[in-house]
Design a protein around this ligand. Structure first.
Ligand code: PMP
Length: 396
C-alpha cells in the first residue's frame, strides 16, 4: 500500500516561487521587488535598535522558558489594545475588548476565522479585489465561501469607490468583511476617512461582520493615524474583529508576533468570548511562543524604548516615501507620469506594469516583481532605484 500515491503536487506559492527564481538567478545586478519585506538603504532587513535593547534586557534577566498562558503575555495583549484603540478608549476602560497573542497576523486571521465559523455561524467572507493572496486561501481552508468586493481601479490606479460601496451593500447579512486597516496589500491604495465612515454605515445597516486586518501600522502616516479605522469602528460601539501584526513594524518577521482583538458589548460578553477563544487556541497549538511578544511588550511598555521604536518606524516610513518620490521623479524626467505611485502608501505599489512587462523586467534586466505588477517599494534604495526606473522605461 502507498498511502501517499494519490496526493497531487500543490501549486507553488506565487511569491515564494518568485523568491526561489531570484535566488537561483546568477546575475550580479539582480533586484528583488517581489518580496513582502522592508529592506534598509543597504538592502538589509533591519534589526531595530529598540528590539536590540529589549533583547539585551531579556537575555540579562535569564528568565526560564516556561509555558505562556493560552492567550499570551498579559502586558503584551494590553499594549496591543492601547496601540490599536488608543489608551483612553472607553472600550478598554469597560473591558469590552478581548485580545489574544497570535502567531503573526496570519495566526490572528485564522483564529478569527475559526471563531466565526464555530460560534457565529459564519459561512461567507468578502475580501477586496485584489487582496493579500493568503486571505482567500486561509478563509477557504477554514470552510468559508470566499467572495470579492470591488476595490482597485486599474484605469485611475486608485480606488473603485462606487464598485466598493455597491458590492458591500449587496452582501448577505452576517458576511465577514475583511478590510485592510491601512497600507493596502497589494495595491498601496488606501481608503480615506469619508470612505471609512461610509463603510461603517454600510456594515451596520447590512449587519455585516467587519474584520479589520492591520499588518502595517506605522507604515502609512503615523502609528496613531494608521489606526484611524479601528478607532472609528470602536467609537461606534459595534462588534468587530481586528488582526494585527508586528512582523513589519518591528522587523520581527520570523518571530511570529501578532494579535487578534474582538470588540464585544460588555465585560461579561468579553469573558465568555475569551473562554471560547482560548479553547480554539488550546486545541491548535496550546499557547504561543514567548520571545517576539516579550520583546514587543518591553518596547511598548517602556516610554524610552517606545520613543526609540517610533522614531525608527518613522525612518522606515519616510525612506519608503522618498523612494516613491524618487521613482516618480525619474520616470517624469522621461515624460512618463507615474505620479500615482507617490499617492499610494505602505510597502507596496500596484505599478500598472502588465504581466508581459514584468516578464521582460525579469528576463532582460534581472528585476523581479509579481506578475500582477505589484512591486515592493521598500526593497528600493538610492543605489538601485535608477536601475529599476531605467528598466521600466525600456519595457513600457
Ligand atoms: N495581512 C496582510 C494584509 C499582510 O500583508 C500580511 C503579511 N504580509 C499579513 C496579514 C500576515 O502577517 P504576518 O506575517 O504577521 O503573519
Amino acid at each position: 500500500m502507498n498511502l501517499f500515491a494519490n496526493i497531487e503536487l500543490a501549486p507553488r506559492d506565487p511569491i515564494l516561487g518568485l523568491n526561489e527564481a531570484y535566488q537561483a538567478d546568477t546575475r550580479a545586478n539582480k533586484i528583488n521587488l517581489g518580496v513582502g519585506v522592508y529592506y534598509d538603504e543597504q538592502g538589509r532587513i533591519p534589526l531595530l535598535k529598540a528590539v536590540q535593547k529589549a533583547e539585551a534586557e531579556f537575555v540579562a534577566a535569564g528568565a526560564p522558558h516556561s509555558y505562556l498562558p493560552i492567550d499570551g503575555i498579559g502586558s503584551y495583549d494590553q499594549a496591543v489594545q492601547k496601540l490599536l484603540f488608543g489608551a483612553d478608549s472607553f472600550l478598554l476602560a469597560e473591558k469590552r475588548v478581548v485580545t489574544v497573542q497570535s502567531l503573526g497576523g496570519t495566526g490572528a486571521l485564522k483564529l478569527g476565522a475559526d471563531f466565526v465559523k464555530q460560534f457565529l455561524n459564519g459561512t461567507d467572507v468578502a475580501i477586496s479585489n485584489p487582496s493579500w493572496e493568503n486571505h482567500r486561501a486561509l478563509f477557504s481552508t477554514a470552510g468559508f465561501n470566499v467572495r470579492d468586493y470591488s476595490y482597485y481601479d486599474a484605469d485611475t490606479h486608485g480606488l473603485n469607490r462606487e464598485g466598493l460601496f455597491a458590492d458591500l451593500k449587496a452582501l448577505p447579512a452576517n458576511t465577514l468583511v475583511i478590510l485592510h486597516g491601512c497600507c493596502h496589500n497589494p495595491t498601496g491604495v488606501d481608503l480615506d476617512t469619508e470612505d471609512w465612515e461610509q463603510i461603517l454605515d454600510i456594515v451596520q445597516e447590512k449587519q455585516l461582520i467587519p474584520f479589520i486586518d492591520i499588518a502595517y501600522q506605522g507604515f502609512g502616516d503615523s502609528i496613531e493615524d494608521d489606526a484611524f479605522a479601528v478607532k472609528l469602528f470602536a467609537a461606534s460601539g459595534i462588534n468587530f474583529f481586528v488582526s494585527s501584526s508586528f512582523s513589519k513594524s518591528f522587523s520581527l518577521y520570523g518571530e511570529r508576533v501578532g494579535a487578534l482583538s474582538l470588540v464585544t458589548n460588555s465585560a461579561d460578553d468579553a469573558q465568555r468570548v475569551l473562554s471560547q477563544l482560548k479553547r480554539v487556541i488550546r486545541t491548535n497549538y496550546s499557547n504561543p511562543p514567548i520571545y517576539g511578544a516579550m520583546l514587543v511588550s518591553k518596547v511598548l511598555n517602556n516610554p524610552e524604548l517606545y520613543k526609540l521604536w517610533s522614531d525608527e518606524l518613522k525612518g522606515m516610513r519616510e525612506r519608503i516615501k522618498s523612494m516613491r518620490n524618487q521613482m516618480v521623479a525619474n520616470l517624469a524626467e522621461a515624460k512618463q507620469d507615474f505620479s500615482f505611485i507617490a499617492k499610494q502608501c505602505g510597502m507596496f505599489s500596484y505599478s500598472g506594469l502588465t504581466a508581459d512587462q514584468v516578464d521582460k523586467l525579469r528576463t532582460d534586466y534581472g528585476i523581479y516583481a509579481v506578475s500582477t505588477g505589484r512591486i515592493c517599494v521598500a526593497a528600493l534604495n538610492t543605489n538601485n532605484v535608477k536601475t529599476v526606473t531605467d528598466a521600466i522605461l525600456q519595457v513600457i
